[in-house]
Design a binder for this molecule. Structure first.
Ligand code: B12
Length: 156
């Protein structure tokens, strides 16, 4: 499946059927979990709020979905943390990454999500790296969907 809108392009790998279903059974755990990985050089003013994920989350929240953002630059994200947020109501996990050392942390998070969810939850990647290297990004087993360019409208 391939979808387009005016804000960006959405490329979907096989298995997108997992996105469809009744995901709003309860609001205790997030329907959408968004992860901002460590960059590897997180100090002082470089640790600005995760603008990318806040922007992606806003329209999803407005539609009534429960969204949670974890920012690994300011908190550890352990397997226990992730497990405590997973449920049948989770539609997908989103990860934002720039090119460079942040990818290593992003991949580790994605691998952990994959393992803990048994591959049942789609992992969506967005940000500068998937935007400039979409095909290479999609080749990785821990990437199901990438969003190219601005993601707020596309992600919803
Ligand atoms: C503000 C900014 C900074 C600030 C704040 C950074 C921060 N940590 O928040 C400061 C000055 C600190 C900074 C520093 C750096 N930056 Co800077 N920065 C920017 C800038 C100007 C805007 C980023 C922003 O906040 N945009 C607003 C948000 C809302 O948009 P966005 O991040 O693009 O997210 C959208 C999409 O990408 C997408 N998206 C993103 N993530 C996800 C995730 C999902 C799941 C989905 C669906 C969609 C999605 O949807 C979002 C909403 O539309 C961009 C250039 C630009 N004009 O984009 C460079 C930019 C991101 N920075 C860049 C770089 C290289 C750096 C540094 C590594 C520079 C350095 N060598 O030190 C450091 C890294 C610091 C750090 N530890 O993070 C590069 C990244 C290049 C790349 N290929 O990855 C950019 C693109 C500039 C450039 N053209 O070179 N930066």
């Amino acid at each position: 499946m391939l979808e387009h809108d005016f804000e960006g392009e959405l490329k979907i790998d096989e298995g997108c059927d997992r996105l469809i279903g009744d995901h709003m059974k309860n609001n205790e755990r997030p329907n959408v979990l968004l992860l901002y990985p460590k960059t590897g050089y997180d100090f002082g003013s470089t640790v600005a709020p995760p603008h990318s994920l806040l922007t992606v989350a806003a329209p999803v929240l407005k539609e009534g979905y429960n969204v949670k953002i974890l920012d690994q630059r300011v908190q550890d994200i352990t397997e226990e943390d992730l497990n405590s947020l997973f449920s049948d109501d989770l539609i997908c996990v989103g990860i934002s990454t720039m090119t460079g050392t942040q990818i290593r942390h992003a991949l580790r998070l994605a691998q952990t999500v994959r393992k803990l969810t048994d591959g049942k939850v789609p992992i969506v990647w967005g940000g500068p790296h998937p935007t400039i290297m979409p095909d290479q990004t999609l080749e990785n087993d821990n990437v199901d969907i990438i969003v190219i360019g601005e993601g707020d409208v596309t992600f919803l």
